[in-house]
Design a protein around this ligand. Structure first.
Ligand SMILES: [Zn+2]
Length: 189
C-alpha cells in the first residue's frame, strides 16, 4: 500500500487506470476488467456520505455527523412517556448501554451528563419462562425410546434441576427495546 494511513481517498480520486492493452481497469496491480467501480472502491479509503458528501467510513453510507443526526431524528419520532415503577431497565442510545432504572441518577453523575443526554428508551423484559422449556426431562426424553427409564439418581437430578429452572421463570432473562423514548422527570435538569 502506497497511501499514508490518515489520507482520505474517495473512489473518484482512487489511483486507478484504464489500460487499453488489457482492456480493463487496474488498481495496485490488480485487474478489475470492465468494473471501474470495483477498482475505485478497492483504491479508496473512504466513501462519500450520501447525505452531505463528507467522508464516511468505507462500507457506511453516512458520515458520523449525518449518522448521529439520523439517529437523533429517529429517537425524536418515537412515542414518549414517563417511566413507571414497572420499568426496571432502560436503554441509552448515546451510551449504547442497558441501565437499571434505579441507577439512572448514579449513571448520570458518573458520566457527568443529564438524563436527557442519555437519550433513554423504554425496554421490555424477556422472561425466563419465555426462553426455557417446561421440563429438562422432557427435552432429554425426546431422543430416547419410549420404554427407557433413567436410573433413579438421574430422575432425582432432573427433578431438582427442573425445580431450580422453574424458580427463575418470573425473572427477566434479558431486555429488548421498548420503542418509546423516556420523558425525563425534570426537563430543566
Ligand atoms: Zn454526512
Amino acid at each position: 500500500m502506497v497511501e499514508q494511513k490518515d489520507k482520505i481517498i474517495f473512489p473518484e480520486d482512487a489511483p486507478v487506470e484504464y489500460r487499453e492493452d488489457i482492456k480493463g481497469w487496474v488498481y495496485d496491480g490488480h485487474y478489475y476488467g470492465k468494473d471501474e467501480r470495483a477498482a475505485r472502491w478497492a483504491g479508496s479509503t473512504h466513501s462519500r456520505c450520501v447525505a452531505c458528501g463528507e467522508a464516511a467510513v468505507k462500507c457506511y453510507t453516512l458520515c458520523p455527523c449525518c449518522s448521529e443526526k439520523r439517529h437523533k431524528d429517529r429517537y425524536a419520532k418515537m412515542p414518549s412517556r414517563r417511566l413507571t415503577q414497572a420499568d426496571e431497565m432502560v436503554y441509552s442510545h448515546t451510551h449504547d448501554e442497558w441501565i437499571p432504572t434505579e441507577d439512572i441518577d448514579e449513571y448520570c453523575e458518573l458520566h457527568g451528563c443529564s438524563e436527557k443526554d442519555l437519550m433513554l428508551e423504554t425496554t421490555k423484559p424477556v422472561m425466563w419462562s419465555d426462553v426455557i422449556f417446561n421440563s429438562i426431562e422432557d427435552v432429554c426424553r425426546q431422543d430416547w425410546p419410549e420404554d427407557v427409564e433413567p436410573p433413579a439418581d438421574i430422575e432425582k437430578a432432573f427433578d431438582e434441576l427442573t425445580k431450580v429452572v422453574n424458580a427463575c421463570r418470573d425473572h427477566p432473562a434479558w431486555w429488548t427495546h421498548g420503542g418509546e423514548s423516556v420523558e425525563p422527570l425534570d426537563e430543566d435538569d
